[in-house]
Design a protein around this ligand. Structure first.
Ligand code: HEM
Length: 417
């Protein structure tokens, strides 16, 4: 903290700086404490679990305004997310890498983003719909041929986005177990340096080999396009390419997989809503948006650093201060959403913030949407009697991850016999 900030903020100020709440009492609801904090002050000083002081934003309008503000940076002065303290060696490993544009600002961020945007437009994704339907159909057919109970995560929710992102990038799906394990380690909140370091190194080695092969023999995929492109800006370095590929691979499947599984679980816990959706599959697009809002899997929100003083919600955030924008709290803000804690698949939702907002808004959101729409529609059509195969209390939630999720989702259904 600078001298100026210390003068303005005598540390804990009034001595009542609350801690950033992270504990959920119910897997679908944001921590209870966030509701109270939002009602009291949607922008407030906060002590993070790491012990550092910063700001927590919990109101919809405030989060949106912050993420659209040019005076915020996605670069980290420290690699740690405020919910976890990393040992110094790990800080070094996860510090911003060239090409890892989710943690970069303009002009670097703009350059990478421009290279990739065309691959994820509504039009491009629409062209993939047929293939997504095929993948969904294949997996549901295999599931129906088996005997319940089945783990929906492994049988359906995980393979769908994994296959789609692998095919888009040109990464062999057969090697998925290797990168899925590593991706899970990279987005976990573990502070085990050995695990982080090993995951990072193995992922980089794997990608470097793959890019070498693509350079020698380019295919018709996104990574081949990137390694062979030549334009005025000059070629990307290997380090940039590897980090771009890793970012897309990690961001592209863990998120959607957990959202599909958590979405199905949410519906199974709300039988009235599930019945409404089964009766009227045309509600699927709305239901997907409502599930994204209601569940909000980026459970710890997004982090920014102020690069200038920012006035927001009547408070003054100073340059250099860390801000956590809580997407789960913003998505349940009663000032924006009527009856926010109720799941309503027919809700005509004003835009939720589950994909973020502003220049870093999710690059893959159209892809994720189409995957979810196709997945929910087909799953409910093929398995109208789908139900949990174990008591809800036995499910193992993923609380140790930046992405809210579930380890397994055992489901059953009535078979013809
Ligand atoms: C960024 C959520 C699926 C690729 C983001 C951000 C959020 C998010 C909240 C903003 C991060 C920030 O502002 O710091 C989600 C959710 C998904 C999903 C909830 C699924 C339900 C995907 C998919 C891809 C993807 C399928 C595949 C390409 C990315 C990338 C960024 C990003 C590359 C960084 C964008 C940038 O910094 O400009 N995502 N995502 N995401 N997402 Fe997603």
């Amino acid at each position: 903290m600078t001298q100026r900030q210390e003068a303005v903020r005598p540390d804990a100020g009034d001595g009542i700086v609350p801690r950033l709440p992270t504990e959920r009492t119910c897997p679908f609801d944001p921590p209870e404490e966030l509701r109270r904090l939002r009602a009291e002050a949607p922008v407030r000083r906060m002590r993070f679990p790491t012990g550092d002081l910063g700001w927590l934003l919990t109101g919809y309008d405030e989060v949106r305004a912050l993420l659209a503000d040019p005076r915020v940076s996605s670069r980290r002065t420290r690699a740690s997310h405020p919910v976890r303290e990393l040992p110094p060696e790990a800080e070094e490993i996860v510090r911003v890498q060239p090409g890892h544009f989710i943690a970069q600002d303009a002009p670097d961020h703009t350059r990478y983003r421009r290279l990739l945007t065309g691959h994820f437009t509504v039009r491009r994704v629409r062209a993939l719909t047929g293939r997504i339907e095929e993948i969904v159909d294949d997996h549901l057919t295999a599931m129906a041929a088996g005997t319940p109970p089945v783990d929906l995560m492994q049988a359906f929710a995980l393979p769908l986005p994994s296959l789609v992102i692998c095919e888009t990038l040109g990464v062999p799906y057969a090697e998925r177990q290797m990168f899925q394990r590593r991706a899970a380690a990279l987005i976990s909140t573990t502070d085990d340096v050995t695990v982080i370091r090993r995951s990072q190194r193995e992922m980089l080695e794997y990608m470097s080999d793959l890019l070498r092969a693509k350079r020698a023999e380019p295919g018709d995929d996104l990574l081949s396009g990137l390694v062979t492109r030549s334009d005025a800006e000059g070629p990307l370095t290997d380090e940039e390419l590897v980090n771009i590929a890793n970012l897309l691979l990690v961001a592209g499947h863990e998120t959607t997989a957990n959202m599909i599984a958590m979405g199905v679980l949410t519906l199974l816990r709300h039988p009235g809503q599930l019945a409404a959706l089964c009766d009227d599959p045309d509600l699927t697009d709305r239901a997907v948006e409502e599930l994204l809002r209601y569940v909000t899997i980026p459970q710890h929100g997004v982090v920014r650093t102020a690069t200038g003083d920012i006035e927001i919600g009547g408070k003054r955030i100073l340059a250099g201060e860390t801000i956590v924008a809580s997407l789960p709290a913003a998505n349940r803000d009663p000032a924006r959403f009527a009856d926010p804690d109720t799941l309503d698949v027919s809700r005509q939702s004003p835009a939720h913030l589950s994909f973020g907002h502003g220049v870093h808004q999710c690059l893959g959101q159209q892809l994720a949407r189409v995957e979810m729409r196709v997945a929910f529609r087909a799953l409910l059509q093929r398995f109208p009697t789908l139900r949990l195969a174990v008591p809800f209390e036995q499910l193992r939630m993923r609380t140790d991850s930046f992405v809210l999720g579930i380890h397994e989702l055992p489901v059953a259904w009535d078979t013809a016999a």
